[in-house]
Design a protein around this ligand. Structure first.
Ligand code: PMP
Length: 390
């Protein structure tokens, strides 16, 4: 071979345009992206330590504090999706052998327990049936029994459409020497959440649901007590990339010069700034109220169309993600495929709910009554066709 000829030829497929249809994303995420968020990513790249960019990082930190309703200084966005939020939280808060209690009412508790085992933690699971939540009494008993250093609750369990209550849970954890860690990936901005008022020690979320930004960043915030726990570790955090104190330095959380830690996701951070600006403009409490009102509208539309909700108890339904029972004799996949052919995405169940439910996300701009009406009409038509085996 000549020096200028490579053995592997360039893939011809790359000369073609990719197929990227404009779909209505009513699955459990990602959601649709409004123009102002999409166009924010067309801005020129900056260096990851340029003053103009670190100013944007500062703006984003203010936006995340507003979104979580916290004054915590250790607040930033991880370069990674929601899972990265879970990994940073668990990996930094706990050391091998420490007790970690997980409330499991769906796949996210299961995932947290799995992660805890990989990190050699002493993992305990408070198992709650799918579609339900742990009562404060059940929670208290489990905390007293297992004496955890950290307890995990998923606020928006996206596999079942349940919003876990949080009032009073941190008090129980604190009274027993534990920190409370909450996953709000599928709930932030769509269900009530105030970190400081609730006493939540660590919260993380992701950008691709209510925030309507692309997947790729995980906002996270640690309370002073959580930061203290990390600073008092006897063993180093196994990951350098996910070291919360290194990340905190890069994000300017401490009164010290920023060091290079990794190359920040420059364009993604622009998009997160745009997403947080949109929430600040609407007002986070208005945004939550809109999701709650439109969820009630959604339940009525579903009922009128002959569908039944999966979560019987109205007070624990997740306003931004609705789960619907698949009627007897109907194949959920045929219906979802019929909708997808119309460029409307809905999802089926996950894990134990597979085949039993559909999951329909109405995140951010998709929490809109006209859009909800169209989705329900399409769902009804496709279900009738599936019943008639068309
Ligand atoms: N937690 C919850 C509640 C989620 O719904 C998801 C994503 N579906 C995740 C964590 C993981 O997020 P990601 O897929 O962005 O890693």
């Amino acid at each position: 071979t000549k020096a200028n000829m490579s053995t592997i030829p360039p893939p011809k497929i790359l000369t073609e345009q990719p197929n990227i249809p404009d779909k209505q994303l009513f699955g459990p995420g990602p959601s649709n992206m409004p123009d102002e968020i999409r166009s924010s990513m067309n801005a020129p790249l900056l260096g990851h330590l340029h003053g103009e960019f670190t100013k944007i990082m500062d703006d984003v930190r203010e936006g995340i504090k507003y979104l979580f309703q916290t004054n915590n200084r250790l607040t930033f966005a991880i370069s990674g999706t929601g899972h990265a939020g879970m990994e940073v939280a668990v990996m930094n808060l706990l050391e091998p052998g420490e007790s970690f209690l997980v409330v499991k009412n769906g796949i996210w508790g299961l995932r947290a327990a799995n992660l805890g085992k990989r990190l050699s933690l002493d993992v305990h699971v408070l198992e709650v049936p799918e579609g339900q939540v742990a009562t404060l009494d059940q929670f208290t008993a489990a905390v007293k029994e297992h004496k955890p250093k950290v307890v995990f609750i998923c606020q928006g369990e996206s596999s079942t459409g349940v919003a876990h209550p949080l009032e009073g849970y941190a008090d129980v954890a604190h009274a027993n020497g534990a920190l409370l860690l909450v996953d709000t990936v599928a709930s932030i901005g769509g269900a009530p959440f105030e970190q400081d008022k609730l006493g939540v020690d660590v919260v993380y979320t992701a950008t691709q649901k209510v925030l309507n930004a692309p997947p790729g960043l995980a906002p996270i915030s640690f309370s002073a007590k959580a930061e203290e726990k990390i600073r008092s570790r006897k063993t180093p955090v196994v990951s350098f990339y996910f070291d919360a104190l290194e990340l905190g330095n890069y994000w300017g959380c401490f009164d010290e010069p920023r060091r290079y830690h990794h190359t920040g996701m420059v364009s993604m951070v622009y998009s997160l700034r745009a997403a947080l600006a949109a929430i600040a403009k609407e007002g986070v409490e208005k945004e939550i109220a809109r999701h709650q009102e439109n969820a009630i509208f959604f339940y009525k539309e579903l009922q009128n169309a002959g569908f039944e909700p999966f979560v019987a108890n109205k007070s624990i339904r997740l306003p931004c993600l609705t789960t619907v029972k698949v009627p007897e004799g109907v194949d959920w996949k045929i219906v979802a495929d019929k909708l997808m052919a119309q460029k409307i995405e809905i999802a089926g169940g996950l894990g134990p709910t597979l085949g039993k439910i559909w999951r329909i996300g109405t995140f951010g701009v998709n929490s809109n009554q006209d859009k909800i009406k169209k989705v329900v009409a399409a769902l009804k038509e496709a279900t009738e066709q599936a019943k008639a085996k068309i």
